[in-house]
Design a binder for this molecule. Structure first.
Ligand code: KIV
Ligand code: NA
Length: 279
């Protein structure tokens, strides 16, 4: 497969062909997404929960993101790779953000960075893109700000908040973002915002009027224990947890009952050698 670059993504956008994005957090999850033909692989800070077992994204450190970004970069040879800037590494100033973005590119081996925020982040996005680092913006529900948003709540449900969303989207576009994630907003609003822009929107919980879609890989694969809460927008395309759980339980049973390993899983010794050894 040919390498996906920014011009590839822009050409998909111009052709009105949906841009496919999925998260990955390590070598195998990146490798499989890349081989399945994803346009963009995102090392989201959701890895805090899905790979590190943390409660939310606020805990994950830059050095942890970098380790995972590098593993993803080894697995995704064709996809365009985007790394999330973790909370605390870009909000203080555009200079701090640029320094973090450079670290993400140099040490994380990604092609672009993502950061959360709208009009307030415009000067920061401008600073980073001016240095030649592509920025994927993230508007609507911004999980790093969940405490001030009052939790994971749909954004843009009122006229005022829909207008703010449009404002944010235009601001990050004008600041130079090559695209933006639009998370958890009514489908009609996401469609209208998408139509007003000249850069792609990547929707998650934002309906099919966006220029592309993103999902967290472990969510869409069903790679989580039964009973876990899933947002309404997630479609479970697989049952990876169920399959892993079935296989491990069977392995346990076969070891306990000495069914495994069977003869075909063992190394034979020539009969004469064995006889000699036994004497
Ligand atoms: O961290 C993440 O996985 C994300 C995507 C859901 C957009 O930010
Ligand atoms: Na994220």
């Amino acid at each position: 497969r040919k390498k996906v670059t920014l011009p590839t993504i822009m050409s998909l956008y111009r052709k009105n062909e949906p841009i496919t994005v999925i998260t990955a957090h390590d070598f195998p999850s990146a490798h499989v997404a890349d081989q399945a033909g994803m346009d963009i692989v995102l090392v989201g800070d959701s890895l805090a929960m899905v790979a590190l077992g943390m409660d939310d994204t606020s805990e994950v450190l830059m050095e942890e993101m970098l380790l995972h970004c590098r593993s993803v970069a080894r697995g995704a040879k064709s996809a365009f790779i985007v790394g999330d800037l973790p909370m605390g590494t870009y909000e203080i100033s555009p200079d701090q953000a640029l320094a973090s973005a450079i670290t993400m590119i140099k040490t994380g081996r990604v092609h672009a960075i993502k950061l959360e925020g709208g009009a307030d982040m415009a000067p920061t996005i401008k600073k980073i893109t001016s240095a030649g680092i592509p920025v994927l913006a993230h508007v609507g529900l911004t999980p790093q700000r969940q405490n001030s948003l009052g939790g994971f709540r749909v954004q843009g449900k009122t006229t005022a908040s829909a207008l703010k969303l449009l404002d944010d989207a235009i601001a990050v576009q004008e600041a130079g973002a090559f695209a933006m994630v639009v998370e958890a907003v009514p489908a009609e609003i996401a469609t209208l915002v998408t139509k007003k822009l000249r850069v792609p929107t990547i929707g998650i919980g934002a309906g099919n009027g966006c220029s592309g879609q993103v999902l967290v890989q472990v969510d869409m694969l069903g790679n989580f224990p039964p009973g876990r809460f899933l947002p309404k927008f997630v479609k479970k395309y697989g049952d990876v947890w169920g399959e892993a759980s079935r296989a491990i339980a069977l392995y346990k049973e076969e070891v306990k009952s000495r069914v495994y390993p069977a003869i075909e899983h063992t190394y034979p010794m020539p009969k004469e050698e064995l006889a000699e050894f036994r004497r």
